[in-house]
Design a protein around this ligand. Structure first.
Ligand code: PLP
Length: 371
């Protein structure tokens, strides 16, 4: 049996007949940039994210960049974030000449540990970026409480968490702004790159809209220097079709996750495997299903590979240990929980079309692994 980490082919096969006509429609219209599908998708996703605005852009990475530009981030400013995330969270800060200031993670959820933050806040702190890692929201109540008094805005990196909830509130609606990614492997993935900024703040929405189109309110009148970062009409059309299936897919992921955890709990394992911790006051959309394997993680991954099972480490090198961030002066050991997570976590196959037989095979294989 083969169990890939993710199977986009299966999704495409089921959507082929729905996707082809809208692709033709975009070609017939010859409107490839900021057309009616972009507007429809923006409206639908603002509503879905419980915000009044959603602004499409070229990628999730650019969404972070645009959100920070909308805050007037300047060289020398500081932004507090997690070191245990995809590179783009840190690079958006660095690209604007600002300094990423990392806070270690909560070992249970892998999300930023809000208790670490107060000591890191300085007069230069311009934003806090929690990342809703793997599809589960960071503890937004404590983050909002910490940021409120000094008045520091929060940008939620919701690239992995579209539709996730924290105490009934949707990812991307709790901070001043939120950012989404439509990278093909995300829960709502396009046929290429795409991203979005969500916000209920009028000024931020206007600013991001302007910044994504060269900083102009109208075509050739530029109020500031922006970038060219728009969501393609073709991507928007494809995403609009896929959006109708998003909740069903995310619910299927959650069902598969629950089955994995039950199977793992009942299995007679020869090594310690901890299933993901799921908060009981939220909605986890399981972008990834990540186990913790304190010992022999890499050997287990190799063994599973030999048995036709795809796994991956998200993420093997925390941001503070990246070569490009050496200048920040962090050391090995600076963030022990992030480093431990990088050494111990392993993502198992997760996609809506995963079958029970495949899941049983994955857990059976973990059980037969004799370290
Ligand atoms: C995917 C991702 C991004 C970047 O999104 P792209 O669309 O690939 O640029 C940013 N942050 C996190 C946490 C992500 O998972």
């Amino acid at each position: 049996m083969k169990v890939p980490l993710i199977n986009l082919q299966a999704q495409y096969v089921s959507l082929r007949d729905e996707l082809r006509p809208v692709i033709d429609q975009v070609f017939d219209s010859q409107q490839f940039v900021l057309g009616s599908y972009v507007r429809s998708l923006e409206t639908a996703l603002a509503d879905y994210s419980q915000t009044t605005h959603a602004i499409g852009c070229a990628s999730g990475s650019d969404a972070l960049l645009l959100a920070l530009m909308a805050l007037d981030l300047q060289p020398g400013d500081e932004v507090i974030t997690t070191p245990f995330t995809f590179f783009a969270t840190g690079s958006a800060i660095a690209r604007l000449g600002a300094k990423p200031v990392f806070a270690d993670i909560d070992p249970a959820t892998y999300n930023i540990d809000s208790k670490q933050i107060p000591a890191l806040i300085s007069s230069r702190t311009k934003a806090i970026i929690p990342v809703h890692i793997y599809g589960q929201c960071a503890d937004m109540d404590s983050l909002l409480a910490i940021s409120q008094k000094p008045g520091i805005p929060i940008i939620e990196d919701a690239a992995q968490a579209i539709g996730a909830e924290d105490r009934g509130r949707r990812a991307g609606s709790m901070g001043l702004m939120g950012t989404l990614s439509f990278y093909p492997t995300k829960n709502l993935g396009g046929a290429g790159d795409g991203g979005m900024v969500t916000t209920s703040d009028e000024a931020c929405a206007t600013r991001v809209r302007r910044l994504r189109s060269h900083g102009g309110a109208t075509e050739y009148a530029h109020e500031e220097v922006g970038v060219n970062s728009r969501l393609d009409e073709l991507q928007a059309a494809i995403l609009y079709v896929k959006f109708a299936h998003l909740d069903r897919w995310s619910n299927l992921r959650a069902e598969k996750a629950a089955l994995y955890s039950t199977l793992l709990r009942d299995a007679d394992l020869k090594l310690e495997v901890m299933p993901p911790f799921v908060r009981n006051d939220g909605r986890h959309i399981f972008h990834q299903y990540v186990i913790r394997v304190p010992q022999h993680r890499d050997r287990l991954a190799l063994y599973l590979k030999e048995r036709g099972i795809g796994t991956k480490v998200y993420y093997p090198i925390p941001l503070h240990q990246q070569v490009c961030f050496e200048y920040l002066g962090y050391k090995n050991g600076s963030y022990p929980q992030a480093e431990k997570a990088a050494n111990e976590t392993l993502a198992l196959p997760m996609f809506p079309e995963l079958t029970t037989e495949q899941q049983e095979y994955v857990v059976g294989s973990i059980q037969s692994f004799d370290c």
